[in-house]
Ligand binder design. Structure first.
Ligand SMILES: Nc1ncnc2c1ncn2[C@@H]1O[C@H](COP(=O)(O)OP(=O)(O)OP(=O)(O)O)[C@@H](O)[C@H]1O
Ligand code: SF4
Ligand SMILES: [Mg+2]
Length: 388
């Protein structure tokens, strides 16, 4: 529900209307999530069997006291099997909310996926009669069925490991617990053996000692390695890493990124890597998704985005990155202006007020996605060949 644009305040009446609307919507979506559904109700055809995830027109909103925040506003992209997909964009553009939607971990009842599909290419289902690969639609999956894949097939590594680890339990206890969840029939000894193996796999040289340690006894880099070990416990097919190295210093950052890359190759999984850092994307990613104000504004291979950026925002992002030969006396380029208010999104290009290439056409509806090549797409009227 949109707030009336009468200034920066809401009248008591508007406030009451918003609260009433929110309660109704939240009840509706929560009921849907708890409904008893059979697997066929959320079985869906994959568009390409080589993708592990296909996100299609995803809308995730937050029902707040000021109105409905459109955090993810029609996002579509694929994560191919065994590839690293980098997601980049400025703060608040919806990177984390997109990833939390995949995990069904959006803060509810305020946060809800209200439209779109998240197709997950599971091994549990085969093919339909026309030989189409079948998957689960996570957007329609009831919460209790999500346990089949969350933490096992799809896992997540967060920015700050200290907030994900429980300070009152040892690392060993927490690692074993994850293993028991995935394989309840394993004996205690086997679980411990597996946990120690995981610690070795993530480059911890004294696994027995770390196994007995509490989180506060480890350095930031070690804690992030433990988080990666936990994410690996269930042999995931997709790891979502949300700013996994932002809280670490540069040398440890490089070690953790190398570790992630080698693990990805080793266990043949996909990684959705969320970061502000274009350098990290250049080093790690095969494909890049550029987000702006809840939408994907450009997507392509890492080469497309770095060698041939098309959207004025992507070009601005590249210019604002410090380079080794930058004159230190010159201030870094910054993109002027602000992102539109996510409660009252305009119905033209969201980058318009900040764009130095803006034309008359940009005042019309939000631009569709234009094809630059088979791998490269951009939402900007500059590439509308027919309209020129
Ligand atoms: N619990 C919440 N309640 C209300 N709004 C929220 C909530 N969580 C996120 N949002 C809003 O959703 C939008 C997208 O947030 P998100 O956390 O996905 O951004 P982000 O791209 O991950 O940013 P950052 O790079 O700073 O982590 C923002 O406008 C944010 O204010
Ligand atoms: S559509 Fe127009 S305003 Fe938007 S980024 Fe392209 S040129 Fe700029
Ligand atoms: Mg985030």
């Amino acid at each position: 529900m949109k707030k009336k644009n009468k200034g920066n305040y809401l009248t008591l009446r508007e406030s009451r209307q918003i609260i009433k609307h929110n309660i109704k919507q939240m009840k509706y979506y929560e009921k849907l999530k708890k409904a008893n559904k059979s697997v066929v109700d959320y079985t869906i055809k994959m568009h390409d069997p080589n993708n592990i995830i296909e996100i299609d027109n995803l809308h995730t909103v937050f029902f707040t006291d000021n109105g409905t925040v459109n955090s993810v506003n029609g996002v579509s992209f694929n994560i191919p099997k065994n590839k690293v997909v980098g997601v980049v964009g400025e703060s608040g553009c919806g990177k984390s909310v997109t990833s939390l939607s995949i995990m069904q971990l959006v803060q509810s009842p305020q946060g809800q996926v209200i439209e779109g599909e998240i197709r997950y290419n599971t091994d549990d289902l085969g093919f339909d009669e026309n030989n189409n690969k079948l998957g689960y639609d996570i957007a329609k999956m009831p919460t209790h069925d999500m346990y089949k894949i969350r933490g096992k097939d799809i896992t997540m590594i967060f920015q700050e490991p200290m907030t994900s680890l429980n300070p009152i339990f040892t690392i060993g206890y927490q690692l074993d617990e994850v293993m028991f969840n995935h394989a309840p029939d394993m004996t205690k000894e086997d679980v411990k053996k597996h946990s120690l193996e995981m610690l070795v796999k993530v480059g911890i040289s004294m696994p027995e000692r770390v196994y007995k340690s509490y989180p506060h006894e480890l350095s930031g880099g070690m804690r992030q390695r433990v988080m990666i070990a936990m994410a690996l416990a269930g042999k995931p097919r997709l790891i979502i890493a949300d700013e996994p190295t932002t809280a670490l210093d540069v040398t440890i950052q490089a070690q953790i990124l190398d570790l992630l890359k080698s693990i990805q190759k080793d266990i043949e999984c996909s990684i959705m890597l969320i970061t502000h850092d274009l350098g990290v994307i250049a080093e790690m990613a095969d494909e890049v998704i550029v987000m702006y104000a809840g939408k994907v504004i450009e997507r392509g291979t890492v080469r497309d985005i770095f060698n041939n950026p098309k959207h004025p925002y992507t070009i601005g992002l590249q210019k604002s990155k410090p380079l080794i030969n930058t004159n230190v006396n010159e201030p870094l380029y910054s993109i002027p202006g602000q992102v539109p208010n996510p409660i009252n999104m305009p119905n033209h290009c969201y980058f318009k007020s900040r764009c130095n290439k803006c034309m008359a056409k940009c005042n019309s509806v939000y631009p569709q996605e234009y094809k630059i090549s088979d791998t490269h797409y951009v939402s900007c009227y500059l590439y509308d060949k027919e309209g020129k």
